[in-house]
Design a binder for this molecule. Sequence first.
Ligand SMILES: [Zn+2]
Length: 320
Amino acid sequence: MLRYRADIRTLLWMLVFAPGLVALQYARPDLLPYLSWLSFYFAISASTIAHNHQHCPTFENKTLNTLFSYWISIIYGFPTFAWIPTHNLNHHKYVNKPGDATITWRFTNSHNYLVAASYFFVSSYYQSGPIKEFLAQTKEKNPERYWVYVSQYVVVIGAHLGLAALAVSLHGVGLGLTVYAFTLLFPAIVSLWTVMTFNYDQHVHTDPWSRYNHSRNFVSPVLNFLLFNNGYHTVHHENAARHWSLAKEEHEKIKHLIDPSLNQKSMWLYWFKQYVLAPFFPSLGTKQIGRAPWDTGEGKLDLTTAPVGFGDTGTNVARV
Ligand SMILES: [Zn+2]
């Protein structure tokens, strides 16, 4: 059934641990203070699983892949199809260059806590255009697929409303909504925020024109175990369709070609240095490596590189 054996862990995470934890906390709300942080983690892992699943489907069988997309969407808190227009077709094509709806440098190329923390809101706003256009195009070209995508919204909203109602019916309004919020709603919000912030950190101050320095990697084995190898970002951009389980061995082959500052061992240490220490000791912060994303080499922004019909096509681009 599975295309890669490594996805046994994907299934364990999504079909056993994540829903099992929710069920346990629904049955025993007194366990919420001890277990809800795990629900936050599993929702974050669902975002990386959704990303992997959109690039390289988990199952051989198409129907199973569609059903799995619905299921991940509920845990992740957003329809997984949205990865296709904003990430697969757009971010992977433009890699933080003009035309990428998720550029890290939209209003400034400064890298500090405020820019990183607000990136989620800025990026979400600019992703909504490509999602709408993609849905309109799919409706025209492939109506059947269009209804699969639209129904993901229905399933996510319906499941969350249903699970909120179930919690209220089990435990009353106050405790019920608390149980729902700390097992499903807040983890989903944090998951969306985290995956976008992670994407920000993987590209801010990198050189999208370079063969190997277009991405920042987080190579900690623990982090990559927890986030299904999503720390190996250079090789992911080299071949996005490659299964996540092969990312580490590919990274080993090219890591010496990457600027050493773009192979960060620990994400936590990087965050601490960047967002806590660098405001006081700027030398500890990241610097733009190589050529800046908006520098087309012609001294001006080349709007012809912007995608047709996807994302921002050049208005409101960088002020450094
Ligand atoms: Zn990707």
